[in-house]
Design a protein around this ligand. Sequence first.
Ligand SMILES: Cc1cc2nc3c(=O)[nH]c(=O)nc-3n(C[C@H](O)[C@H](O)[C@H](O)COP(=O)(O)OP(=O)(O)OC[C@H]3O[C@@H](n4cnc5c(N)ncnc54)[C@H](O)[C@@H]3O)c2cc1C
Length: 164
Amino acid sequence: MWQRGAVTDSAPLDVDLALLGGGGAASLLLAALDRHEVRDLRIAVVDPVRRRGQDRTWAFWGHPGTDLDPLLSASWQQVEVATTARRRVLDLTPLRYAMLRSGPVYDRAAAAERRLDATRIVAPAETVTDDGTRVLVRTGDGRTVRAGWVLDSRPRPPARAGRT
Ligand SMILES: Cc1cc2nc3c(=O)[nH]c(=O)nc-3n(C[C@H](O)[C@H](O)[C@H](O)COP(=O)(O)OP(=O)(O)OC[C@H]3O[C@@H](n4cnc5c(N)ncnc54)[C@H](O)[C@@H]3O)c2cc1C
């Protein structure tokens, strides 16, 4: 039965870029778009959860001098290798090992999202259909997003159920 004005019949939201999942990957992309002063892109972020605070810690190898440097909680440029016979301190240059907490990453992404004037949809992306020209995303709150580009960073369900 067709119901006039039902949420599911609302006009699609047309955007250039839809981010399905607003976690680590989307946060980095939002920050990069903002850093490059992209201001003419229509963006939607679809995630049932608005990520904030400390729910992840990322630790990784890399070169110093990136945009993440001011956000790091810690970084190491030397390692100590100890055995019963010897102890040596090794220089990691040109690499370093770094630790990044999620809070500052999410805060930076939230500020970027505001400056980019992105539309936030607090609902899961349910179906994603690529017709070769546009991608249609149906969301759990009955909306449709029509996008030129999609970054789909929704976690994949595990291939098989595990005990942990
Ligand atoms: C405790 C912990 C420690 C970790 N440590 C490290 C580390 O040291 N180094 C490292 O590289 N990685 C680490 N990881 C892995 C880390 O989670 C990933 O590297 C990173 O967060 C992946 O980013 P992502 O954007 O792909 O996923 P996420 O950051 O998990 O984001 C996925 C988003 O998708 C959203 N979502 C889920 N379902 C839907 C849906 N249907 N529609 C729309 N959105 C949806 C979720 O709400 C979430 O916000 C760690 C993970 C955990 C939990």
